[in-house]
Design a protein around this ligand. Structure first.
Ligand code: LLP
Length: 429
């Protein structure tokens, strides 16, 4: 089939998902076939899209930038290995994510460890694993880190996470760089924390870290944050000595079918000269931008229902599979897997979970579809599977990775036995 036979899938943000003769494809694989083979709800990822995003970020920021993928966005072991093979390291926020990296056989030496509340065992494990930088978020981490560093073969490298009090213009739940957010150290308090780090012989202050929040569309907050950090550093020569890296965090927004994604080239164009002037190497921690558009959630229509005021489309995916609409009122485009002629109508797309907050979309215009039809929820590769739960005793979905004409299962659907395996049933004999 030639490229001319393909038509774009509006809202998908990537040509990896497109239509051929009205049918939705992921690369060269019909999504319908995957649903038939693996069942639904099903996450389907495009390897090519992930590769393109990594290449785009690396091209924009150049070879000097350290790309540290935020594992929390999607920690699938196969995806992690793929990202590493294409030059990414990792941004971790828990000892569990470190274990995940180790399970994938990937080195901690190219991973940074942030996390607003690190437990002692997590700090010890990360030091022992030879983590690249600790993004220190609170002064109380320092004694723990210094104690763990005493046994390390070389000083532990620290980037201090600053809270620059910058409005990222994003949903309140995923804004992290405002004064009222729990993350980082306020600029007013950071001088004392820098001094405390400098007093520790086994800690080496190498950088500053800011992460303003997630799903940012504009470059301006990143620039504003940089200038605030620069002013903080310039206020005292001790704050700038030995600084080699500036971690600008992640947060690179994608379109979700509405407007434009963050302009990564413009971001690099604005920040790279500022960093070069100080000799600071950029560290980037994108999660969503690398994997969000690369994934869809495929779901089957279970039936329809009208209450008089609202028309519902009941589907087999729910808030436990994709929490974002319920938690952030996030708008994910939804498209039929096979196009069907006829007038569109306005529906609420809801799952089987017993909560009114269980919806994938509200008041959405969708082409006609009926029981048994497949729908694809787009932009579901980031914070989809990684935030899935077993609520209502539902098994988390299977995940499939497509590469050209090949699809491989990268996570099997959970079994019910797995769901109960760790429960201790104190039943009476
Ligand atoms: N670095 C740090 C320190 C972070 O806390 C995060 C995300 C990232 C990097 C990656 O952010 P990204 O590039 O993916 O925007 N569950 C929410 C997003 C929460 C993000 C938490 N931190 C959602 O579904 O929108």
């Amino acid at each position: 089939m030639s490229a001319a036979d393909r038509s774009p899938c509006p809202g998908s943000g990537t040509a990896a998902f497109h239509r051929r003769a009205g049918e939705l494809f992921c690369e060269d694989v019909p999504v319908r076939e995957l649903a038939a083979r693996y069942g639904t709800p099903l996450y389907v990822y495009s390897g090519a899209c992930v590769d393109q995003r990594v290449a785009a970020v690396r091209a924009a920021f150049g070879p000097d930038a350290l790309l540290r993928y935020a594992v929390k966005a999607n920690g699938n072991l196969t995806l992690l290995r793929r990202l590493f093979a294409r030059g990414a390291g990792f941004d971790l926020v828990s000892g569990g994510e470190l274990r995940r990296l180790q399970a994938a056989g990937l080195p901690a030496a190219q991973a940074v460890f942030a996390g607003v509340g690190k437990e002692p065992w997590e700090i010890e494990a990360a030091v022992a694993a030879g983590i690249q930088f600790f993004n220190v978020e609170s002064a109380h981490e320092l004694p723990l880190l210094a104690a763990a560093a005493a046994a390390a073969p070389r000083p532990v490298r620290v980037a201090l996470r600053l809270n620059p009090d910058v409005d990222a213009g994003t949903h309140a739940y995923i804004s992290t760089g405002k004064q009222e957010n729990k993350f980082g150290v306020a600029l007013s308090a950071a001088g004392a924390v820098v001094a405390a780090i400098l007093r520790e012989p086994r800690l080496s202050l190498c950088g500053y870290h800011v992460h303003l929040g997630s799903q940012l569309r504009a470059v301006a907050p990143y620039v504003e944050a940089f200038h605030k950090v620069a002013a903080f550093v310039d206020a005292d020569p001790a704050r700038g000595a030995g600084i080699t890296h500036y971690d600008l965090g992640g947060g690179f927004g994608i379109a979700y079918g509405d407007g434009a994604p963050l302009d990564v080239e413009a971001l690099a164009g604005a920040l790279l000269p500022l960093l070069a002037a100080r000799g600071w190497r950029p560290v980037l921690e994108p999660g969503r931008y690398l994997v969000g558009d690369a994934g869809i959630l495929v779901t089957t229509v279970l039936g329809e229902k009208a209450t008089g005021s609202t028309d519902f489309l009941l589907v087999d995916a729910a808030m436990n599979d994709l929490l974002r609409p319920a938690l952030y009122q996030a708008r994910h485009p939804i498209v039929p897997v096979a196009e069907r002629p006829g007038p569109s109508r306005t529906v609420d797309v809801v799952g089987p979970v017993c909560e009114t907050g269980d919806f994938l979309a509200r008041q959405r215009s969708l082409p006609p579809c009926r029981r048994g039809d497949l729908l694809a929820v787009l932009g579901a590769g980031a914070y989809g599977a990684s935030m899935a739960s077993n609520y209502n005793t539902r098994r988390r979905p299977a995940e499939v990775l497509v590469d050209g004409g090949t699809a491989v299962l990268v996570r099997a659907r959970e079994t019910f036995e797995q769901l109960f395996a760790s429960e201790i049933d104190l039943h009476e004999a």
